[in-house]
Design a protein around this ligand. Structure first.
Ligand code: AMO
Length: 447
């Protein structure tokens, strides 16, 4: 049975397989450092211990070739982790060509583009694979978190007929003889499901966003943790759940990904709970005091987000909510405060006259970047129609979504939490592309 490099015990005869990370030849001795998923082990090939053929193989083989070794484990204080394998047999499973497109030992640094072009090789570096091992652990934990709380995991369509977030950030696809789009988020479907009686749903979803931004925190294809809950009192219930989720993700990473964090040079991820909560109005006041004027009704700029974090950091917060945004900068489905009327025309008029009316909405920022946003949703049919009209969206395009609001839709709300942004901030990655295996951005469609 094949063993990993972290499972070896002295005096055992073992079989181990992996890549040749390093090779040093000293006359009648060849040292191979074999790398597998779990780490490294030295293979010490001495001319006197092995047959001529095996010695020749060891001496000649290129770095990054894949080998299988059968041999005896021995204590060796001079070897990297205190043990070495003295091989009986070395089998070359596949030779690597030379020169390599990049250096997996990190001795020669490579730029991000070269690394992403050769991602399979980039991932041979423990620092890089650690990011994805943590990502996998987080998603496993998230599924468990929701299931323990009675949520049902769902999968909604990736090919859709209409945008869910408003705006024009859609990728068109040819769907037989019709035009369709890649989904921007599961928003409309997770809301429809609130009328189904499933009550609490979550989805690990892919979002496609045709945003033109070419920045270090935007991607055109992302993964997000989406959830929706029925029978809430307000957005505060949703924020409570999101806070519990993010807090427990961080706790879980600290407890269960110690090895990966260490490889990434992180001792422990700091988290102060409860998270700080400030309203949009308060955020603008704080920013004004810090010398930055944001026009009321405009979104926080990158600079504003960064300044706000400086303020929060002083108070010990890396994570904080910004709540109660004005209607003008939130999506059409966001719950609007203070609407009494059930007449569509009256509501339209009210919204046109009061574009800054407060909504039951929030963003969760982590070290100066938005990682999640959510809200209570409008659950009244007439208000929803009015909101679509005020936002300049075609009511007919939302026909099937609107149906769900006619025959018993409970109050509900939810959030979307971008996994790449979460990982980026959690692990202090400088570029969001580090948090996704094969990023899709404005310029990158391969590999
Ligand atoms: P929103 O559009 O704010 O909300 O997206 C939710 C979260 O998804 C991530 N995200 C992105 N990450 C990287 N690059 C992008 N281009 C990008 N776009 C979004 C962010 C963001 O906070 N339907 C609502 C959520 C809800 O209310 O339930 C939505 O999609 O982390």
């Amino acid at each position: 049975m094949r063993k990993y490099s972290n499972e070896l015990k002295p005096e055992e005869i073992v079989e181990i397989a992996g890549w040749i990370h390093e090779k040093r030849v000293h006359g009648k001795l060849v040292f191979l450092i074999l790398r597998d998923r779990e780490g490294f082990v030295q293979i010490t090939v001495s001319k006197k211990d092995v047959d001529e053929e095996t010695f020749k193989i060891a001496k000649k083989i290129n770095k990054e070739s894949v080998i299988k070794v059968i041999g005896k484990v021995r204590n060796e204080p001079r070897a990297p982790n205190g043990i070495e394998i003295v091989p009986n047999k070395i089998i070359v499973l596949n030779k690597a060509q030379a020169p390599l497109p990049m250096d997996p030992t990190e001795k020669v640094p490579a730029n991000l583009d070269t690394r992403l072009d050769h991602r399979f090789m980039d991932l041979r570096r423990p620092k890089i694979s650690s990011i994805f091992k943590i990502r996998s652990k987080i998603l496993n934990f998230v599924r468990d978190f929701f299931h323990k709380r009675g949520f049902v995991e769902v999968h909604t369509p990736r090919i859709i007929s209409t945008g869910s977030e408003g705006g024009t950030e859609l990728f068109p696809v040819q769907y037989f003889e019709r035009e369709a789009f890649l989904c921007q988020s599961p928003q409309l479907y997770k809301q429809i499901l609130m009328a189904s009686g499933l009550d609490k749903v979550f989805e690990i979803a892919t979002y496609f966003r045709a945003e033109e931004h070419d920045t270090v925190w935007h991607l055109n294809e992302i993964t997000a943790i989406d959830c929706e809950i029925a029978f809430i009192e307000s957005h505060v219930d949703v924020m409570k759940l999101l806070e519990e989720l993010v807090y427990s993700i961080i706790k879980n990473v600290n407890e269960n990904a110690e090895k990966e964090l260490k490889i990434l040079g992180i001792d422990e991820i700091h988290v102060k709970s409860p998270f700080k909560k400030i309203s949009y109005d308060k955020a603008l006041e704080i920013l004004k005091d810090l010398g930055l004027n944001i026009k009321y009704g405009e979104d926080l700029t990158t600079e504003a987000e960064r300044k706000l974090y400086e303020y929060m950091k002083e108070e010990g917060y890396d994570l904080y909510f910004i709540t109660d945004y004005p209607y003008i900068i939130r999506p059409f489905y966001t719950y609007i405060e203070g609407i009494e009327s059930e007449k569509i025309d009256e509501i339209v008029e009210f919204l046109k006259e009061n574009p800054f009316v407060k909504t039951r909405s929030f963003d969760l920022d982590y070290k100066g970047r938005e990682i999640s946003s959510g809200s209570q949703r409008i659950h009244k049919y007439e208000i929803l129609i009015a909101s679509l009209k005020v936002k300049g969206l075609r009511v007919e395009s939302f026909k099937h979504y609107l149906e769900a609001f006619k025959y018993g839709m409970p109050p509900h709300g939810g959030f979307g939490l971008g996994i790449e942004r979460l990982l980026m901030q959690l692990l202090n990655l400088k570029n969001i592309r580090e948090a996704v295996l094969f990023p899709r951005d404005r310029n990158r469609l391969t590999p």
